[in-house]
Ligand binder design. Sequence first.
Ligand SMILES: Cc1cc2nc3c(=O)[nH]c(=O)nc-3n(C[C@H](O)[C@H](O)[C@H](O)COP(=O)(O)OP(=O)(O)OC[C@H]3O[C@@H](n4cnc5c(N)ncnc54)[C@H](O)[C@@H]3O)c2cc1C
Length: 491
Amino acid sequence: MLNNSTWDMVVIGAGLGGLTSAARLSQAGRRVLLLEQHHIPGGCATTFQRGKHKFEVGLHALNGFLPNDPRLSMWQELGLDSALKLILLPMQYRVIWRDFDLRIPHGTKACIEAFSRCFPQERHNLKIYFSNLMALIKPILNSEANFKDLLNAGRLSAGEFLDQHFSDAKLKLLLLANLGYYHHDPYNLSLLWFAFGQMSYMDGGSYYIQGGSQKLSDTLAQRVLKSGTIVYRATATDILTKDEQITGVRFFHKGDCVTVNTKCVIAGISPLLVAKMLKEDSLIKSLTSKREIGPSLSALYCNHETGLKSLGWQDYNTIFLNEKIPGIDAHIHKELQKIQNRGLDSLGFSLIDYSQIEHGLGKSNPFTLCHLDRIQDWPTYKSPEYQIQKARHKDSLLQKLKPWFGDITPSHGELATPHTIQHYTQNPEGAVYGYAQTISQSMFLRFNHRCSLPNLWFASAWSRPGGGFFGAMYGGWQVAGKCLDQKAAIT
Ligand SMILES: Cc1cc2nc3c(=O)[nH]c(=O)nc-3n(C[C@H](O)[C@H](O)[C@H](O)COP(=O)(O)OP(=O)(O)OC[C@H]3O[C@@H](n4cnc5c(N)ncnc54)[C@H](O)[C@@H]3O)c2cc1C
């Protein structure tokens, strides 16, 4: 039935970028075909079941709810505000490093207060720092951005910006405790991307979606069905072209090779995967030209019979920074890189305890230990060496909890590595935020929504604006808007 059918647009990949673009197009009445290789929608934004327990794959903290944030209207127009229950997290996070144990609340004022209690002499600089961070993004939120100012800010890294405001390397390290939300290297991380994320979490709040991120993905999938179709277990293999125009997409579904006709394709997947689906040499070359791929993550998904809360634990998100890191500044940076070369887990890890909130994941008490990781630090997927390293790593992560919980035995414990993420999403290197958000790959310089092949669009963490839930979704939203504006995209 599908073979030889004709569609206004074909979207490849039901991650948040692909889902959002397909949902917007479908709501606007376009006949969209969304192809997903997995049997559920969401990519990184999914949950999974093991026995009676449900686990959250990706969502620790959702941001994007700053007043005036253009992404808010996307949320509303997709009807997500009425369909989903957002749980405001008790605070941003707790950070533990050496003698420091700080709980970072929501709201800039309260946050300045929390840091000033440990660094009273820095109160004034903290005020200036946060007000300057906000000043960077306010004009963008209010659509009053001065191009010259943005260009100047675009040249700075988050690390350099911190150096401009503080000399205390310890304070800077603590202010960067949640660095892993963006990238692993503060002196390469785009200041603007960092400022957006930080201020959005700070003043817009950090949230969990009751029922898990799967609820968001399922709701978006429902929106797609308005005038579109989703085919699961459908792996796109070729984007067909003739005379430099898209003519269709080929995919595998239940052992069959299916070809559909379309003049417009939206890739909710990495451009590196798209390159393998094309025949045009120059385009392949431009899609595969050297760009830095962002980090991956490893996550140990656990369940505790009675919940960590029952053991006296009180925090939803705790970031344990490596005690060996002496602090962060331009001088220590080289030291930091040496530590990173021993594996990104040596930077620290976070503990997400879902039992602290009304998670809506059933009767389970899940908690996750998560840290930045690189696929290069793991042996070949599923090789005996890989299995051994996985078992060792799982034990060593649980050992890290020992000072706090003693010998803790989860009723379930399952480690996902960058290989696991690559396996389930196909993302090269298991990257969770697409291309690294470095100065030369962020904001105006981020991988574009379109390329030289007309009507081939990119809507995922890899392209503009970038990764994270709201980043990928907004990219999908913008791409759909551009397609709707462009009559030529419609059959
Ligand atoms: C453990 C973890 C924790 C995270 N925590 C947070 C957090 O707290 N907050 C936050 O904002 N972000 C978080 N993220 C990041 C966020 O989840 C991702 O950046 C975002 O979801 C990526 O969306 P995407 O659109 O790029 O699609 P992806 O999630 O990369 O999905 C791509 C989809 O395309 C499909 N696909 C690939 N190839 C094909 C093909 N050939 N044919 C058909 N389908 C194909 C895949 O199956 C997949 O469903 C986390 C991620 C992980 C893994």
